[in-house]
Design a binder for this molecule. Sequence first.
Ligand SMILES: *[C@@H]1O[C@H](CO)[C@@H](O)[C@H](O)[C@H]1NC(C)=O
Ligand SMILES: *[C@@H]1O[C@H](CO)[C@@H](O)[C@H](O)[C@H]1NC(C)=O
Ligand SMILES: *[C@@H]1O[C@H](CO)[C@@H](O)[C@H](O)[C@H]1NC(C)=O
Length: 395
Amino acid sequence: MNFNIAIIVSFLFLADYGAASQVLDISKFGGAPNSDITQAFANAWKEACESTTAVKIVIPSGTYKLNAIDAKGPCKAPIEIHVDGTIQAPRNQDEIKGDTQWVKFSYMDSLTLSGKGVYDGQGAEVWKQKTGGPAWSGKGKMPKVFMNFGFNFVNNTIVRDITSKDSKNFHVLVFACHNITFDGFTISAPKDSPNTDGIHLGKSTNVKILNTNIGTGDDCVSVGDGTKDLTVQNVNCGPGHGISIGSLGKFTTEENVERVLIKNCTLTDTDNGVRVKTWPNEPATLTITGLHFEDIIMVNVRNPVIIDQEYCPWNQCNKQVPSKIKITKVSFKNIKGTSGTAEGVVLICSSSVPCDGVELNNVDLTFNGTPTVAKCTNVKPIVTGKAPACQAPAA
Ligand SMILES: *[C@@H]1O[C@H](CO)[C@@H](O)[C@H](O)[C@H]1NC(C)=O
Ligand SMILES: *[C@@H]1O[C@H](CO)[C@@H](O)[C@H](O)[C@H]1NC(C)=O
Ligand SMILES: *[C@@H]1O[C@H](CO)[C@@H](O)[C@H](O)[C@H]1NC(C)=O
């Protein structure tokens, strides 16, 4: 090797591993490929968490088995977990030792997950057991909830480059987190895998989901109550159920949803595009405000643009009693592409608290080559540019 190249290579190596971080290779704790590294990880985490300088736990290429981990802070310095290998969750229910989250982080500040690695939830066996309808119907058999990742009370965190595959339930739960960014992240599960939502957010602020590809069996991103300052940008979704705000309204403890920007996203063959849903006949009286959807491409999306305040799957509720959730300041701007139905825009707002400040600006969707129509109830959208005018409601 030429001397100059050697210098450049070692410089890159240092830059990649972060000159300031102490590296803890999983092999130091007995973690070897083709073995179960649960205990090795727990030991590495303990050492990392007690370190007063930044630490990087490295899991190199190879395939590893990992049972549930419960990585808790507070820790003394930033921790990065760099995975280049494939980590597999237990395949069967009865092997799972944790509660509801496989790779679980709580009470952390300054956490980074990186690498080209794959976290494989191996959900296929468990998905098969979910048959016969939803759990509450009494007909369905519902296996234990087990999500690939749980971030609970975690701040100033970055998840980049890694892949979440075939989660048994939601891929990622973000709960009570502040300042967490997903960048170059990949989520992958089959179209027919049940309840495999991509990223579900609740009670969290300053969340960014950037440059991410999500293909899964349920919502790509689902935004729960108390989400504030969310940006979803340069994201591809499909297959899946789209990007959803809600469903909201069931619990009086729910908090407002404020300032959500969904920008430059493409949805392909999804059930919904961008959707806001609230339950009728439920107690919560919160506000959803400041939602901006712009530069969105729809490719054969069944319901591309939808606000549904009579959300009531399986007809389990009374639609006569309106939702109490107020929706204000919502803009749909530069939304293009193809719809799987003639109604490209459906805005069904609450009769007790109609939607305010809804704008449609250049919403240009076609169904079988013809422009789609808009259906509007309890809302008078401001329409500019090319966009479907609201049809008079059917008599
Ligand atoms: C995270 O940030 C919140 C809000 O600033 C703070 O109350 C909480 O203590 C922080 N948690 C950690 C683990 O640093
Ligand atoms: C968010 O977290 C990242 C990663 O720790 C950090 O670099 C950035 O400064 C934080 N931003 C804010 C506003 O705290
Ligand atoms: C839009 O997102 C795609 C990825 O889905 C990216 O390649 C492209 O650069 C983005 N465009 C802009 C203007 O940011």
